[in-house]
Write a protein that binds this ligand. Sequence first.
Ligand code: GDP
Ligand code: IMO
Ligand code: MG
Length: 446
Amino acid sequence: MANVIVIGAQWGDEGKGKITDLLSRSADVVVRYQGGVNAGHTVVVQDQIFKLHLIPSGILYPNTECIIGSGTVVDPKVLLEELDQLKALNISTKNLLISETAHVTMPYHRLIDQASEEFRGDHKIGTTKRGIGPTYADKSERIGIRVVDLMDPTGFREHLRWTIEYKNVILEKLYNLPPLDPEAVIDEYLGYADRLRPHVVDSSMRIYEAVQQRRNILFEGAQGTLLDLDHGTYPYVTSSNPVAGGACVGGGVGPTIIDRVIGVAKAYTTRVGEGPFPAELEGELGKLLCDRGAEFGTTTGRKRRCGWFDAVIGRYAVRINGLDCLAITKLDVLDELDEINVCVAYDLDGDRCLDFPSNARLFARCHPIYKTLPGWKQSTAHCRSLEDLPTQALDYLKFLAELMEVPIAIVSLGANRDQTIIVEDPIHGPKRALLHDTKGQEVGVK
Ligand code: GDP
Ligand code: IMO
Ligand code: MG
């Protein structure tokens, strides 16, 4: 039995959806523990593409219980659209459970997210405009609506009449927007409540029972370490805690039940929205990575900013999440390159800096110091074992493992499930993976 957390080790979109789907075949329960419909997780099974925002990426397995945990924020309208899409594709959603203590994203959250981004002008965050920040802000301000409130028509009516009166002052007076009609919003959301009611549970209790029954639980993070509210590139972050620690708070479990933490990182880096990105590539090479990697946001369709692999933030992700091992995705995107750079350190005002500076002003002044490695100039999409990889590709991976100081357990070479090399099964295998570093002799030996 192993309870595993899967987190993004960069700025999101690392391929967590693919890796979670892959590992879900060994999981009995998959828990999404934070974030909302800002996330976009793509899972490709043969020729079918599934784009998930809130529903855990384990949903494609008919017997896996999928829980939208307490630390998430639930947009009922988008969730129901997602449920309908899955049903239309003949995917059963009977095992989907929603925490009664998750907070609900309401129409005023979206309006305020959009209006505040506009108001900020040059200081905008570049949010997904899905109302995520304002929903979490209401949670902290203790005026949020929880799923359990939505399930109680009388209490919901009373609560929302007052809340909308308050939010209308902000919409009208601060943002010059028309007010919301409380009764129309209440009726719309009570309609959603009726459809969601059969899925609503005490999620922490369900997870605890699964722990006692020694079932395998997988905690799926959304976003990534550098977007973490406390540990990311603040203020250019999301409003929740994608880091591994967030799984305990957002799932409602104690840290002692966690066996392993897996970090998912692309073989290069991407970022959506504003904020510093030292290893960013703006010219032809950036465009090549964007085109080959199809780097357009799943949620907003925005072009993702692309750059080289950044081992400084990678090491930081290892530290903040206590990573046991890595899944390196999208190695195939680098197939055509003559040379590949890896950011091994930053130049900060003339000093060599090996650690991610938590001071945002210092981080904005960091310039990448690169080590250049030779490319392999051939396709890796067909590789299914380490032995199939060109020597330069294997050396590249070993170099990343050495820099990050954790082993690589999974290598992904395409969006499909089978385009994967499992070096070591992170759920059932021993707590060690074989692709360790350039000095070890263990590579490929099982
Ligand atoms: P997530 O948010 O971390 O789940 O990642 P996204 O789904 O937003 O973005 C990753 C994209 O890359 C998706 O379109 C995946 O289908 C795709 N993808 C995942 N792994 C690989 C890979 O190894 N190679 C390629 N070429 N695409 C991949
Ligand atoms: P997945 O789970 C990449 C970014 C936004 C913005 C910042 C704040 O698919 O990896 P928000 O709407 O959350 O208030 O926006 O966070 N962001 C993501 N970037 N992948 C995501 O999710 C993201 N979710 C939010 O672009 O910079
Ligand atoms: Mg994504």
